[in-house]
Design a protein around this ligand. Sequence first.
Ligand SMILES: NC(=O)c1ccc[n+]([C@@H]2O[C@H](COP(=O)([O-])OP(=O)(O)OC[C@H]3O[C@@H](n4cnc5c(N)ncnc54)[C@H](O)[C@@H]3O)[C@@H](O)[C@H]2O)c1
Length: 255
Amino acid sequence: MKSVLVTGAGGGLGREIALQAARRGCAVGVLDLNATAAQETAVLCGKAGPAALAIGKDLTCNGAPKEAVKEVCAAWGRLDVLVNNAGYGGIEAFLDMTEAMWDRTLAINVKALALACAAAGRVMREQRAGRIVNITSPASRMALPNYAAYAASKAGVDSVTRAAAVALAPYGVTVNSVAPGMMDTEMQRSTEADLAKLEGREDIEAFLAERTRRVPLGRRTDCETVAAAVIWLALDAPDYVTAERLNISGGLDKD
Ligand SMILES: NC(=O)c1ccc[n+]([C@@H]2O[C@H](COP(=O)([O-])OP(=O)(O)OC[C@H]3O[C@@H](n4cnc5c(N)ncnc54)[C@H](O)[C@@H]3O)[C@@H](O)[C@H]2O)c1
């Protein structure tokens, strides 16, 4: 039985990744800032798979990534897979950017993710095995003046992914990332509503349709599709795949 830790698994993409891992027979640590939501996902995973543990935790608190890894290891004796999915992003005009937005975004998307890679990496080094999958975004390579902190944070995720892949390669541990296209999650809905407002667009449906048309495949994706790619990297991909970024963005990202 493999032991998996998924961060930000109280809803959206993270919940779907946790569920697919459970269905594949993994024990799943379900971490989220929202403890009630983490508990709900853990109940679903417990029904779908062998074991689940809810971890209600703010990953940006001092020592939290290390504690989360410790909790999973205490439950199942090892950590085979870490999925760094927890994330935050907010819309604000470039010239009106705030310190609060930068602090909150970088704290979870980059700093906590890097510390979680290191905490899991130390356990995986001893095991001489393990896989880490980080969730990045097409935004990391786009010029997004009204979403600058988020885009920069995801460029940070790409940087940490490369560094972690090289640091952990001598121990047989792989580190890759997945860049999802637009999935209609809670985060995506509120982000696009805020963007429409900032751009003075009241015709939200037309605004969303325009954004969808920019995707070469002409449609949005969903959590099930993106989670399947994460699970493939975490459980099925050849063990020679590391430092890779897998775009599940319908052609939005082109390499
Ligand atoms: N939705 C999209 O279209 C899209 C596109 C590209 C990338 N992504 C990325 O996918 C990942 C999941 O996004 P989602 O759309 O499911 O968002 P979501 O907001 O639905 O889920 C994110 C989860 O992370 C949790 N979280 C946030 N801060 C946390 C913290 N400090 N500690 C612990 N948990 C915390 C939230 O409580 C939430 O449950 C994110 O990394 C996001 O940047 C999403």
